[in-house]
Ligand binder design. Structure first.
Ligand SMILES: Cc1cc2nc3c(=O)[nH]c(=O)nc-3n(C[C@H](O)[C@H](O)[C@H](O)COP(=O)(O)O)c2cc1C
Length: 405
C-alpha cells in the first residue's frame, strides 16, 4: 500500500546550510533504492518533508530521520494512504522556498508534483504543503528547548498518614496534586480510590453488581474526605471522582456528599467532582438534574479524561463544567504530534470562550509540559511533577531552568 508521512522540524543551530544539498543527494540515493519518493521544503529555519512509498520503507526511513540531530522539534503532521504519488519523479528533492517570490512559490512547488490533484488541492497532503509554503500557520510552531533544559527538583514536604483512617479492607485512596508549575502553586489535590486487589478503581467498580456499584462509588468518598481532613489539606481544593450514574442512581447522592463534606470540616466550594464522559449522556436529563443540585450546593464539576469517552463535544454542549481534564492519551507525546496539537488547541480555544479551566493530566515528559505551557495550558497533573501517594500528599518536583539554557 502506498503510504505517506509528512512532518515539519526546526534545523539545528550548528548545521551549515551549505551541507543541505549533500544531505538531499544522499537521501535521494537511499530513497530511490527503497522506492520512496517525496519532497523536502526548507524556509531557512524549518523543514517540511513529504515521504511516500511502500509503508515499511517509509517508516524505516522516517525512523532514521526522527533520530537525526541535524534537526529538532519534529512534529508529525500526517500519516495516511494514497492511491498515487504526489511527487513521483525523484527519491528526494530539496526545495528552498527562499529562492522564490512569495506569490509564485506554491506553484513552483506544485510544478514538481506528479499528482492528478495538482490543480484542485483536494488532497490533505497538498493542503499541508500549501500551508507550509505560504507560512500561514507559523504562529502555531512552538519551539521548545530540549527536555534537559529544565530540572525537576522535589521539595521535601511529603505528608503521609501513619495509621489508616477508618480504612476498609477493599480500598484506600491515593492523592495526587494538580499544580501550576510556573507559579509554583498546588491548585488542587485529587483523591483516587485505590482498590486493595491492585486493579484500577474503574475496574473494581465495574466488577461489582450494578445495584451495588454506584452506592459503593458514592459512599467511598466518606473515606476520601476523612483522609483529606487527617492529612490537613488547608485551603486546597479537593477533587473526587464519581461515575456519572452514581449521582443519578443513588437517592440523595448530593446530600450524602454535603453531609460528609461538613462532617470533615470541609466546605462545598472546596470540592470538585470529576466525572468521565462515559455514561453521562445515557440518562442526560437525570444527570443534568443531579448536576444542577451539585452546582447549587457550591460543589464544582470537572469532566475527566476529556476526549477519551463517547460523549465528548456533545457533553460539553449540554453541560459546561468548571474544569476539563484532557485525557492522558492526547497529552502523551503531544510535542511530536500535529493531530494532538490541533486537538489541544481547539479544546483550549473552546474552553477559553466558555471560561472553563483546562488541566493536562498524565504529563510524564518535560517536552510535553513545555509544549502545553507554550500553547496556554497552566494546570498540570502527572508523574513528571508528583506521582500519586497512598494515604498521603506527595512532594512536588518543581521545574527549575538549567543555567546553560
Ligand atoms: C531534514 C532531513 C531530511 C532527511 N531526509 C532523508 C530522506 O528522505 N531519506 C534518507 O534516507 N535520509 C534522510 N535524512 C537523513 C537521515 O536522517 C539519516 O541521516 C539517515 O536515515 C541515516 O540514519 P541512521 O544512521 O540513524 O540509520 C534526512 C535528514 C534530515 C535532517
Amino acid at each position: 500500500m502506498l503510504s505517506t508521512i509528512i512532518y515539519r522540524s526546526h534545523i539545528s543551530d550548528e548545521v551549515p546550510l551549505k551541507t543541505l544539498a549533500k544531505l538531499a543527494v544522499e537521501a535521494n540515493k537511499v530513497n530511490e533504492s527503497h522506492n520512496v519518493t517525496g519532497i523536502l521544503l526548507f524556509n531557512g529555519t524549518h523543514f517540511f518533508q513529504l515521504l511516500e512509498g511502500p509503508e515499511d520503507a517509509v517508516l524505516a526511513i522516517y525512523d532514521g530521520i526522527c533520530r537525526d540531530p541535524r534537526h529538532h522539534n519534529l512534529v508529525e503532521l500526517m500519516r495516511d494512504y494514497a492511491p498515487a504519488r504526489r511527487f513521483g519523479n525523484v527519491g528526494m528533492e530539496l526545495f528552498d522556498l527562499r529562492e522564490y517570490d512569495q506569490a509564485k512559490v506554491l506553484q513552483a512547488v506544485l510544478d514538481k508534483g506528479t499528482s492528478k490533484y495538482q490543480l484542485t488541492y483536494d488532497d490533505r497532503a497538498l493542503q499541508f504543503l500549501r500551508v507550509f509554503a505560504e507560512a500561514t500557520e507559523r504562529e502555531n510552531y512552538f519551539e521548545i528547548p530540549p527536555g534537559d533544559a529544565w530540572e525537576f527538583i522535589a521539595e521535601s514536604s511529603k505528608r503521609s498518614l501513619k495509621e489508616a483512617v477508618a480504612a476498609t479492607d477493599d480500598y484506600s485512596f491515593v492523592f495526587q496534586p494538580i499544580i501550576d508549575p510556573l507559579s509554583r502553586q498546588v491548585v488542587s489535590l485529587e483523591a483516587v480510590m485505590q482498590p486493595a486487589s491492585g486493579v484500577s478503581s474503574s475496574e473494581y467498580l465495574a466488577q461489582l453488581p450494578r445495584e451495588e456499584r454506584y452506592e459503593v462509588d458514592l459512599k467511598s468518598k466518606k473515606l476520601a474526605f476523612a483522609l483529606a481532613k487527617k492529612l490537613g489539606i488547608d485551603g486546597l481544593t479537593l477533587s473526587i471522582n464519581l461515575l456519572p450514574m452514581s449521582l443519578v442512581v443513588v437517592p440523595e447522592a448530593v446530600d450524602f456528599l454535603l453531609q460528609e463534606i461538613h462532617a470533615n470540616g470541609l466546605v462545598p466550594e472546596q470540592i470538585v467532582v470529576e466525572v468521565t464522559e462515559n455514561g453521562a449522556i445515557a440518562r442526560a436529563d437525570e444527570f443534568a438534574a443531579a448536576i444542577r443540585k451539585l452546582k447549587a450546593s457550591g460543589i464544582s464539576l470537572a469532566i475527566d479524561d476529556f476526549g477519551a469517552g463517547s460523549a465528548g463535544l456533545l457533553l460539553l454542549a449540554q453541560f459546561q463544567p468548571d474544569k476539563i481534564k484532557i485525557d492522558r492519551n492526547i497529552i502523551h507525546d503531544v510535542h511530536k504530534s500535529g493531530p494532538k496539537q490541533a486537538i489541544v488547541q481547539a479544546i483550549l480555544k473552546c474552553c477559553s470562550s466558555l471560561q472553563i479551566t483546562v488541566i493536562a493530566e498524565g504529563v510524564t515528559k518535560p517536552e510535553e509540559w513545555m509544549w502545553l505551557e507554550s500553547a496556554g495550558v497552566c494546570h498540570f497533573q502527572g508523574a513528571l511533577f508528583a506521582a500519586p501517594e497512598l494515604n498521603g500528599i506527595p512532594a512536588v518536583a518543581w521545574p527549575e531552568k538549567v543555567e546553560a539554557w
